[in-house]
Ligand binder design. Structure first.
Ligand code: ATP
Ligand code: MG
Length: 579
């Protein structure tokens, strides 16, 4: 129930609305009981002597009006509180998830995260807005009816209500089952979203490798599992109303048996007895709803547990409280004895020490898997170092605010990441208020203007999810334009090795060269043209720096770099060389 209390805690800011809802429920409950109470004068006076007909009719109309108003207002206000809580929870969760480190995203597939954000939250929403309202409103109505029954004949009321405690235990047990099954059902939905997201995301590969049927079966299995779990929940939930009705029937039989004796003995009028029976019947409406409340709440608890699990994930790369902003970079960036390992694996980087002065170009070379991408990911703190430190102008990057650190770094990643938006919006991703001239200037410098201008909608062309309506080289040049517009003093370039044709290659190379002007660049370089331009080359092997120096010095050493060069792992790009 812990998760549930925590959920309620989120409703605290909406206390005023809750109080309003509660007041409306009181009106609803009182009016409900009042209507039942009118039965007695109707049977004992109005129908017998025709006296007070007008008053009773006016009373009925007024009470129905009050009951209606109470029902409407309480439903509306409760739903409002529920929706607000859920809205805030959803937004909080989104921001919390987005703040997680790259390691978190490597562990949690996107489809699963989305499922928590959408499905678990809507499961909670249903419970909070409907069930809580029901719980409060129907309890009050029930209380009203029971009071009335005791008022007419306490002993008769006791006879009718003896069965009531008997239903509590099975209700609680059923609730526990519902909670377990709901958890499983939410997991099944998560699996469905995950399988769907992967298959759609990789639809080309799925088709190329003829795996549609296999993906289909995977999905069908997940879907079938969900069906079975849902039916298990349903089979439990569907038992409740008939059970309650059966108990109601028993109470009615008891009341009739005992009541007829009381009337015969003159201790009860026919009107009082009818009012009693009506109250008894009316009571089963709320009782039936209440019997479902626990089960529904348990569904909410199951879902909110899953939500809070995510909200409680500690942000691995967290900002120190009150961390000051990083002043504009002007001096040196230094890696000092940096070590890093992913999860439990062996150290991916060890004893990495080097420094770069402002305005220099650092090239990082090494075989595939040597740790190059890992190394540059440490600078914007996508991951934090396991040991050692990274200093910018003698400040540890963990001591400054994340936003100020990242604001000084522009990145072009190994795999180009673009968004489903217009070309202009993608280029201006870091500066949404950038003018069209600035966007175009960046595009020109990135040699992207050449392919954007002829498009029918030019800069307003939408490029599709992950920019799939563009070619690989075009995507790269857009990413470069985006980094150009960011105009940050530090630049990280993870050169893609994907072989572009010579023309596209030349354009991308020139765009990169434009990008590096007047910046401090960390370039993961595969091309000799970039490497020759570098002020310092760091050669990585199995996560260690094995050599550092300039191109000529390293060639002269006849070491790893020379070997890489010989193996042609460093590509010659003749055109740029010439130019
Ligand atoms: N998220 C991760 N979790 C665990 N291990 C990882 C993760 N990312 C990379 N690795 C491992 O770390 C090592 C270094 O990877 P990295 O991506 O830094 O290589 P790289 O030098 O950039 O290679 P490439 O030239 O192919 O891009 C590899 O052995 C890889 O398997
Ligand atoms: Mg890499």
């Amino acid at each position: 129930m812990n998760a549930f209390l925590r959920l309620l805690g989120h409703a605290r800011p909406h206390r005023a609305r809750l109080a309003g809802a509660f007041a409306s429920m009181l009106v609803y409950g009182a009016a409900s009981a009042g209507l039942a109470a009118l039965i007695q004068p109707i049977f004992d006076n109005v129908l017998v002597t025709r006296s007070g007909l007008g008053t009773v009719i006016a009373g009925i109309l007024l009470l129905y009006l009050l009951k209606g108003a109470g029902a409407y207002l309480s439903s509306y206000l409760m739903a409002d509180v529920g929706q607000r809580v859920v809205r805030d929870l959803r937004t909080t969760m989104f921001r919390h998830l987005l703040d997680q480190s790259a390691a978190f995203f490597a562990r949690h597939p996107i489809g699963r995260l989305i499922s928590r954000l959408v499905n678990d939250i809507s499961q909670v929403q249903q419970a909070v807005s409907e069930t809580l309202g029901d719980l409060a409103r129907e309890s009050l109505a029930l209380l009203g009816y029971v009071t009335l029954m005791f008022y007419y004949d306490a002993r008769l009321a006791v006879v009718c209500l003896t069965g009531a405690p008997l239903v509590v235990y099975p209700l609680v047990r059923l609730g526990q089952r519902v909670r377990r099954t709901t958890r499983r059902s939410q997991e099944a939905i998560e699996q469905i979203t995950h399988v769907g997201a992967e298959a759609f995301g990789g639809h080309r590969i799925v088709k190329a490798f003829g795996a549609e049927a296999r993906e289909g079966r995977k999905f069908a299995a997940a879907s079938d599992f969900l069906y079975r779990t849902n039916m298990r929940v349903m089979s439990v939930l569907a038992i409740l109303p008939p059970t309650m009705e059966l108990i109601g029937g028993l109470a009615f039989a008891g009341a009739l048996w005992y009541g007829s004796q009381e009337i015969a003995a003159g201790r009860l009028t026919a009107g009082e007895f009818t009012a009693f029976i009506v109250a008894l019947f009316m009571m089963y409406g709320p009782a039936k709803k209440l019997s479902r409340v626990n089960a529904n709440l348990q569904q909410a608890v199951a879902a909110s547990e899953r939500i809070f699990e995510m909200l409680d994930v500690r942000t691995e790369v967290a900002e120190r409280p009150g961390a000051p902003p990083l002043p504009p970079f002007a001096g040196t960036i230094a890696f000092r004895d940096v070590a890093f390992s992913y999860e439990e694996s062996d150290a991916t980087l060890r004893d990495v020490t080097f420094s770069v002065r402002a305005g220099q170009v650092l090239a990082i070379v090494g075989r595939s898997g040597a740790g190059k991408t890992t190394l540059v990911n440490l600078l914007p703190r996508f991951y934090d170092v396991t040991a050692g430190s990274i200093l910018i102008d003698d400040r540890d990057i963990r001591d400054v605010s994340l936003a100020s650190l990242r604001a000084q770094i522009g990145i072009v990643t190994q795999e180009t990441v673009l968004f489903d938006d217009t070309i202009a919006a993608n280029i201006a991703y870091a500066r949404p208020d950038a003018s069209r001239e600035a966007i175009e200037a960046a595009a020109r410098a990135a040699h992207a203007h050449e392919f954007i201008a002829p498009l029918p909608e030019g800069y307003d062309t939408r490029i599709g999810e992950r920019g799939q309506r563009l070619s690989g080289g075009q995507r790269q040049r857009l990413a470069i334009a985006r980094a150009l517009l960011r105009d940050s003093p530090i630049l990280i370039l993870d050169e893609a090795t994907s072989s572009l044709d010579t023309e596209a290659e030349r354009l991308v190379q020139e765009a990169l060269a434009n990008l590096m002007v007047n910046r401090t660049s960390f370039v993961i370089a595969h091309r000799l043209s970039t490497i020759r331009r570098a002020d310092l080359i760091v050669v990585l092997e199995h996560g260690r720096i094995v050599e550092t120096g300039t191109h000529d010095a390293l060639l002269a050493r006849q070491g790893t770099y020379a070997k890489l060069h010989e193996l042609q792992l460093l590509e010659e790009t003749t055109e740029v060389e010439a130019g």
